[in-house]
Write a protein that binds this ligand. Sequence first.
Ligand code: SF4
Length: 246
Amino acid sequence: FDFIEREQIDRACFYHLVYSGRGGQIAGDDLSREETRQALDIILERTEDFHRRGLNKEILTVDNHVDGIYLYMKLLAKDPARAEKVLRLLTWNGGGMYSSGVGIADIDFLGNVHADQFWMHHSFGSVRERPFSEIWTDTADPLMAGLKNRRAKIKGRCAPGICKWFDACGGAMRVRADLVYSDPWAPEPACYLTDEEIGFTPEKQKLVRARGEDFPMPEFSRPPRTAPPRISDIPPSISCTGGTEA
Ligand code: SF4
């Protein structure tokens, strides 16, 4: 964020790791759930700091719809009325529900159509053989049918009626579930919310087990790191806010 400010960058995106392509080679290096939360805390704090100081920057987080729910939960503690508006917008948007395979497509350099740029391992057909409009609406492919109707397919702790945030998160990135569990309808392995935060009660856990949808959440086993400093921990002399005129 110091760099963004110093170089007067107007827009920055922070990406969660998706384990396809080269990302697959570093999947074991993904952040732990706690590290992801710490990173999000820093992004939220520093973005708010820009806003407070009138610096007009667009800061985005990308490839994990859980961020919207995390932002909502943080905001709820500070400004419940605004948080409710945020949740309304997230629910209207649906998170991952209307993204890959619905509102997002990828056509590669050979003309093959994929659900998004991370789904290179699955093609729905080629625009050299059929018009895109036909390929995109052909639900004979089970993946296309499922992506168009995630609500009926998503399992385990992500399933509607199990996760209380399903309508606003939509089960996030289906490609990560496919790459980790070889099942595109398995739970999002990079969800960093606790069972308690998503309302995954012991009763619901029992129900999920009875359905045979008890997928073990992967644990990233990097050695724990010291938490990076929060903006409030940085002494004023070196704070990015320190040299700015009020
Ligand atoms: S459990 Fe699934 S649907 Fe719920 S917040 Fe996490 S990723 Fe989203």
